[in-house]
Design a protein around this ligand. Structure first.
Ligand code: HEM
Length: 450
């Protein structure tokens, strides 16, 4: 091989290595280009795109001119293929009709009823799972456990308590396998052909069939039941369109699946990162324990306490600043547009890099320091407007934001009253940004009773 050929090969190897490293974790690459070129970057990686951490640009895309932007096909098509055409995956007039009809269903009284279900489930989970880990001084993987807990809470909140646990467990299994399959396809679309050959596609089709059949069974049972319920499924069944009509079975199925999928992983990850940060900051850990004990020494927290759980809420807000579960939101321009002197071309992708915005020193002092006091009522007034958006923004703002905040407030305060978590020291905690921001190798912890 000639020297020229050898150099070419080396260049190719280095290029492929870079693509691999960047695909595995694009955050350091994105952070470095933002640092170098500012908050709006016209970038190229396999294809041309804009990357932005600029709050005004993001506000323009998500709010002011949101009608000109849709989610990109690369990420949303595989998700739609997997979970159907529900709130998260639909676009245009159909999405608007669904959103307008479903939104009122997330009202106060429903959340209040769901909070009772949640507190019961959290207590059961602590008795059955965490107490056992504590008594046996056993190490476990925090993110896996939080995923189980969030599944348990979302399925009970969606389908109530009449559904057999066996059915819910089977649903957890097939839906989470489906999610892994979808994430794989989004990250490595070239696997599509291979998955057809190795049986992965067929297995996924079967998982989809099973999850749809399970949910349809639950829907049909509920339609026949005369027992009043106040869960999310009931909310979907009662949803009425402007002309007085109700959702079809297909719509009920799609929207249930969307709530199920969108409603657990993000919350589980926010909780995982919160417990990790709390355990590594003893001052925060002590203050949280003190504040929950002063409020809830004699009782469990409830819906009416949520507003007064100031410090717990600050810890959650600060966690989602540092580790926003939805770390990157993507959009594609339908028509040419202009914002802040930048031209966005028709069909161009634009990535709103929430993680980068939440860690940008222009908007946050010492952005890599965990400091829940940033979110005290006093300090919130000093925030740069729109520089914090863990739940998105504009008309497509997360519909489950109050539900998620309530769930996290209840869990953190109930955990903090009973336990102290210990993150094992002999591990390297990394982030793995897939669709959501997961810990790279899992976070190994122990839990101790107080
Ligand atoms: C910490 C927890 C959560 C986080 C960080 C989160 C974050 C987000 C974000 C950023 C979006 C906007 C996506 C975009 O514009 O591209 C979104 C949308 C959505 N979320 Fe959440 N979410 C959480 C919990 C939940 C829960 C508990 C539910 C349901 C019970 C839920 C249901 C949805 C749905 C249905 C949408 C689509 C809304 C629409 O487009 O109209 N999320 N979420």
């Amino acid at each position: 091989m000639s020297v020229k050929e050898k150099n070419k090969l080396r260049y190719l190897q280095r290029y492929l290595f870079q693509i691999n490293t960047i695909s595995a974790n694009p955050i350091p690459f994105f952070m470095s280009i933002m640092e170098k070129y500012g908050s709006m970057v016209d970038a190229y990686f396999l294809k041309r795109f804009y990357l932005t951490t600029n709050p005004e640009v993001i506000r323009h895309i998500f709010q002011k001119n949101n009608k000109n932007y849709v989610k990109t096909n690369r990420t949303i098509d595989p998700v739609r293929d997997q979970i159907g055409n529900g709130l998260l995956t639909s676009e245009g007039d159909y999405w608007l009709k669904q959103r307008r009809s479903i939104q009122p269903g997330f009202h106060r009284k429903r959340l209040e009823d769901i909070s009772v279900t949640m507190v019961n489930e959290i207590n059961a989970y602590m008795d059955e799972v965490l107490d056992v880990y504590a008594d046996q001084n056993e190490t476990f993987v925090l993110d896996k456990e939080m995923m189980h807990l969030a599944y348990r809470l979302v399925s009970k909140s969606l389908f109530g308590s009449e559904v057999a646990d066996e059915k819910l467990k089977m649903m957890d299994r097939v839906i989470s396998e489906g999610q892994e399959y979808t994430v794989d396809l989004i990250r490595r679309p070239y696997l599509k052909f291979w998955l057809r050959l190795n049986g992965g596609f067929k297995k996924n089709q079967e998982n989809k069939r099973v999850s749809q059949a399970l949910i349809m069974d639950i829907i049909n049972d509920r339609k026949k039941s005369s027992k009043p319920q106040n869960d999310l499924l009931q909310m979907l069944l009662e949803t009425e369109y402007e002309d007085g009509s109700k959702m079809t079975d297909q719509q009920l199925l799609d929207e249930s699946l969307v709530l199920y999928v969108a409603g657990h992983e993000t919350t589980a990850l926010a909780l995982t990162w919160a417990l990790y940060l709390i355990s590594s900051h003893s001052d925060v850990e002590q203050q949280l324990h003190k504040s929950t004990l002063s409020q809830f020494s004699e009782k469990d927290p409830g819906f009416s306490d949520l507003r007064s759980m100031g410090y717990t809420t600050q810890v959650i807000d600060e966690t989602m600043r540092m580790y926003p579960p939805a770390w990157l939101l993507d959009r594609k321009a339908i028509e040419d547009d202009e914002v802040g002197g930048y031209t966005i071309n028709k069909n161009q992708d634009i990535f709103c890099f929430t993680y980068g915005m939440h860690r940008n020193p222009e908007y946050w002092e010492n952005p890599d320091t965990f400091d829940p006091d940033r979110f005290s009522e006093e300090n919130k007034k000093k925030h740069v407007p729109h520089a914090y958006m863990p739940f998105g923004a504009g008309p497509r703002l997360c519909i489950g934001n109050n539900f998620a905040m309530m769930e996290m407030q209840l869990i953190l305060s109930m955990f903090s009253k009973r336990y102290r978590f210990e993150v094992l020291s002999d591990q390297n905690i990394t982030v793995q940004p897939l669709i959501t921001l997961r810990p790279g190798n899992g976070i190994k912890v122990k839990v101790h009773k107080r």
